[in-house]
Ligand binder design. Structure first.
Ligand code: ZN
Length: 228
């Protein structure tokens, strides 16, 4: 299961307007990553290890920092005046954790499904970072592992608490289009969830759109009552 949110709900949960993909320590206790894809481009973020691990690709050079196509140059660790970019900050946090010097950075991940429609993908720990040569340039890769623990016991945290596995982006996009952005039971467009038809705990897969459907909160709850 994965909660569907409108962008203004993310703004109200995070208490800020997130303009960039990578937002290091935008909250005193955690960072936020937004997953979205360029039109007609392959998905750059990968879901592996049965949906427990996300590999997030770093950000390109900002347009005002380079006169070349940002997709053609190395992803930057530093800004032109020598400060760490978000790539550099996330990398430092990952390596500090890996070397045993710091606790892992906590990262919340939201993913864009289409304009204005997002899903909350869960709360992660940042555990590693590396650079990889792709198409003749260097890109950053960040390894994040899903944690089931809510950060606090307040209402928002409990609402966001997820035991589910990540559903790959292409599966979500396929399900959203097939179900036309509506609950399959009642056509409601409010409080939608991506629901595993056969639950993950009973062997249902996240890898195929055939096992995922859109349900509103009411039908999602009815279904979990039946399962229990
Ligand atoms: Zn419904």
């Amino acid at each position: 299961m994965s909660i569907v949110l409108h962008y203004n709900e993310i703004v109200s949960i995070e208490k800020q307007n997130l303009q960039r993909g990578m937002n290091f320590r935008c909250n005193p206790e955690y960072s936020v990553l937004l997953m979205s894809t360029r039109n007609n481009a392959p998905f750059e973020d990968e879901v592996v290890a049965d949906g427990r691990v996300l590999i997030y690709e770093g950000h390109n050079a900002y347009k005002n920092h380079t006169d070349k196509d940002p997709y053609s140059v190395d992803q930057p660790r530093h800004t032109p005046n020598g400060k760490l970019t978000d790539n550099g900050k996330f990398e430092k946090a990952a390596l500090d954790f890996k070397e045993g010097n710091e606790k892992p950075e906590i990262v919340r991940v939201y993913e864009k499904i289409k304009d204005g429609v997002w899903s909350f993908n869960g709360i992660f720990k940042l555990v590693d970072a590396y650079e990889k040569e792709i198409d003749g340039r260097s890109v950053f890769k960040f390894i994040l592992t899903l944690t089931d623990k809510p950060m606090n016991e307040n209402e928002t945290e409990i609402r966001l608490k997820e035991h589910a596995r990540l559903i790959p982006s292409k599966v979500k996009a396929e399900v959203w289009a097939r179900d036309k952005g509506k609950c399959v039971e009642c056509e409601s467009t409010d409080h939608l969830h991506f629901d595993h038809i056969l639950p993950y705990s009973k062997g249902g897969t996240s890898e195929s759109a055939e096992n995922i459907q859109l349900l509103c909160a009411r039908h999602n709850l009815q279904k979990s009552d039946k399962i229990i």
